[in-house]
Design a protein around this ligand. Structure first.
Ligand code: NI
Length: 166
C-alpha cells in the first residue's frame, strides 16, 4: 500500500480529462487500494483518480457513518444516465482543504459504472451519495466544485490555497 500525493486547487492538472479504463487487472486493484488509503488518511468520503494525478475514469467513496463498517465502493467508467430534481448543500474537497461552500446538484441520479472486476453495475441514489458521486464525476471531467462559485469566491479561495501550500 502506498500513500498518494493529492493535487491542490488551482493545480492545472486538476483540469485534465480522465480516460476510460480498459484493463481490469491487479494494477487497477492496487491503485484503488492506494486511493482508499489516501482518502482515509485525510478523512475524505470520496476521491477521484484525477486528484492523485492519474487520468483514469475511477473514483471511490466511503459513506459509512462513524462506527459503521466500511462502505468502500469503486466506480469505474461511471456515467450518469438519469438526473432528477435539484438540491443545494455544502461541499468540501480534499483538493481544496478547509473550504466548504454550497453547490446545487441533481437530487436523484442513476449511475452506470463498472466494478473492479469490470462487471456492469447500476445505482439510483439521492442525498449524500448522489452529491458525492456528482462531485467526484466532475473531477474526472476536469472540474473542481469551486468552479460553481462566484469569481469573487474563486479568487479568494485561490489566494487562501496559495498561502496554505506555499
Ligand atoms: Ni473533490
Amino acid at each position: 500500500m502506498a500513500l498518494l500525493e493529492i493535487l491542490h486547487y488551482p493545480d492545472e492538472r486538476l483540469k485534465l480529462k480522465a480516460k476510460e479504463v480498459v484493463e481490469f487487472n491487479p494494477e487497477l486493484k492496487q491503485l484503488i487500494a492506494d486511493m482508499a488509503e489516501t482518502m482515509y488518511k485525510f478523512n475524505g468520503i470520496g476521491l477521484a483518480a484525477t486528484q492523485v494525478n492519474i487520468q483514469k475514469r475511477i473514483f471511490i467513496t466511503d459513506l459509512a457513518k462513524e462506527g459503521e463498517p466500511s462502505k468502500l465502493t469503486a466506480y469505474i467508467n461511471p456515467v450518469i444516465t438519469m438526473k432528477q430534481g435539484e438540491e443545494t448543500g455544502d461541499e468540501g474537497c480534499l483538493s481544496v482543504p478547509g473550504i466548504f461552500e454550497p453547490v446545487t446538484r441533481a437530487e436523484v441520479i442513476t449511475l452506470e459504472y463498472q466494478d473492479v472486476d469490470g462487471n456492469k453495475q447500476s445505482v439510483t441514489c439521492d442525498e449524500l451519495q448522489a452529491v458525492c458521486i456528482q462531485h467526484e464525476l466532475d473531477h474526472l471531467d476536469g472540474k473542481v466544485f469551486v468552479e460553481y462559485l462566484s469569481n469573487l469566491k474563486q479568487n479568494f479561495i485561490k489566494k487562501k490555497m496559495k498561502k496554505l501550500f506555499k
